[in-house]
Ligand binder design. Structure first.
Ligand SMILES: Cc1cc2nc3c(=O)[nH]c(=O)nc-3n(C[C@H](O)[C@H](O)[C@H](O)COP(=O)(O)OP(=O)(O)OC[C@H]3O[C@@H](n4cnc5c(N)ncnc54)[C@H](O)[C@@H]3O)c2cc1C
Length: 424
């Protein structure tokens, strides 16, 4: 497809479960699709999960088949490490400029890993939310597509080092690669840019403690591909845990931070309580909540969880978390509304159930002037220009099943928009 007379009709921005679904649906209905993903791989936050509620299956279940449909589709062109930097609309068409950052590794890469062994530099492991490090050249995830290494330019000194070059038997590393801009003419754009985890360290009283993690980090701790190979251990000393406290609404439904409810955190914590129970049959698990939200059929998951006698669901907001200097344990101070008393509970590990912040909210490179947001920073379909649609968590917090439905709906609207701009 040449850039100028591109046959692409629909652009999907964001390659998480929402963007992947929208791209597949639009392409299988006969449209050409350009899928633009900011990171080095497709899959979004779902690729970082250990298991999905309600069925508790691993993300590979849903992702692998979809990635195969993308890989084998003649109608989908996928650009990773890419972002939209400009959109100009005229006559039902949109001229979109996309900037692609260099991967420094070309398609000859077989992901053999010889380059990783030769690389002396390291970086914080963003896939594991900062728990551990990778080399400056790394494979983003075991499920990565494209299944190819990438270099983090912030951690790599480039040709001054160059130790990876002779290590690669396939000539796949090109340290001279530069960023490229491309223009595409499309008839509609689906924004599926998803969410980022809220940084709860700014919430008064919670603080930063070595044995306190966020719910997204818990997903990685429990995952066999995570930093502890799936063992849920205390971060400070790698010891087994005796008890865990989940602090719900850590910054959410709070006038000072996130006013909205992220709708999935209660279910995520109940799911993560199952991860703990699977490894520690005798651990005490405390969930401190304002309201427990388990909509629709997820009520069954809550009812099953309530059968666990050592899972304590405590209605009450956590006021403060402090550290016991000798043991490294954490002390959770909360109110127990039902018992009408204040409590202090010592636990080995605290998990903050942090909410979702729209990924586009603070993104300087996005064409922010044309993308109106609601008061919480999410994109609002009612306010977008004709031919632009928002889907999944870019629009509002939702679970994976809802994202898939929302993506299908956005693909249908995008197709209708293509048809009407043809007639016009
Ligand atoms: C702790 C936790 C556990 C959860 N567990 C479950 C569960 O078990 N079951 C369930 O159903 N749901 C669960 N969820 C919800 C689930 O994570 C979301 O439903 C899902 O990630 C939404 O997918 P998405 O594609 O809309 O967004 P994302 O997964 O965020 O994907 C968005 C994609 O867009 C890309 N992107 C962002 N900005 C740009 C840009 N400017 N340009 C190009 N690309 C961009 C991102 O890199 C990313 O790949 C959980 C949520 C949390 C917080």
């Amino acid at each position: 497809m040449s850039e100028a007379d591109s046959r692409g009709r629909v652009m999907v921005v964001g390659g998480g479960i929402t963007g992947i679904t929208a791209a597949i649906e639009a392409s299988e209905a006969g449209c050409d699709v350009i899928l633009v993903e900011r990171s080095a791989y497709l899959g979004g936050r779902v690729a970082q999960m250990h298991q999905y509620f309600p069925k508790l299956c691993p993300p590979v279940c849903g992702l692998e088949i979809n990635l195969r449909r993308i890989r084998t589709s003649p109608r989908i062109r996928c650009l990773t490490l890419s972002e939209v930097v400009e959109v100009q609309a005229s006559d039902g068409w949109h001229r979109v400029t996309v900037e692609q950052r260099p991967r420094f590794v070309n398609e000859r890469c077989t992901a053999c890993g010889a380059c990783v062994a030769a690389c002396p530099e390291s970086r914080s492991d963003s896939f594991n939310y900062g728990m551990g490090t990778t080399r400056a050249i790394y494979l983003p995830t075991d499920l990565a597509w494209p299944f190819r290494h990438t270099i983090d330019p912030a951690a790599c000194p480039g040709e001054q080092c160059g130790k990876c070059l002779p290590a690669c038997a396939y000539g796949a590393i090109d340290l001279k690669m530069t960023a490229q801009r491309r223009e595409f003419e499309v008839q509609s754009v689906i924004w599926a840019t998803g969410w980022e985890p809220f940084d709860a360290s700014v919430v008064d009283g919670l603080g930063l403690h070595s044995n306190m993690i966020s719910n997204v980090q818990m997903e990685r701790l429990a995952a066999p591909t995570g930093p502890t190979k799936g063992r849920i251990l205390r971060p400070s000393d790698g010891k087994e845990i005796e008890s865990v406290a989940f602090v719900q609404c850590a910054g959410s439904r709070d006038e000072n931070h996130l006013k909205h409810c992220s709708s999935v955190c209660c279910m995520a914590s109940l799911k993560q309580a199952r991860y703990v129970r699977a490894q520690y049959p005798n651990a005490d698990i405390y969930v401190y909540y304002i309201d427990l939200r388990s909509p629709g059929r997820q009520e069954l998951f809550l009812a099953e969880s309530q059968q666990d006698e050592r899972l304590h669901l405590v209605k009450g907001k956590v006021a403060k978390v402090t550290e016991d200097g000798t043991s490294g344990d954490l002390i959770v101070a909360a109110e127990d509304v039902m018992a009408e008393r204040s409590i202090r509970q010592k636990v080995s590990l605290v998990v903050l159930a942090t909410g979702m912040v729209p990924a586009l909210r603070n993104h300087s490179a996005s064409p922010s002037s044309m993308l109106s947001r609601d008061p919480h920073g999410f994109l609002s379909n009612a306010q977008l220009l004709p031919g632009h649609f928002a889907a999944g968590c870019a629009r509002q917090p939702m679970d994976v099943a809802s994202c898939v439905r929302d993506a299908t709906s956005a693909a249908l609207k995008a197709l209708q928009s293509c048809v009407s701009s043809h007639r016009g």
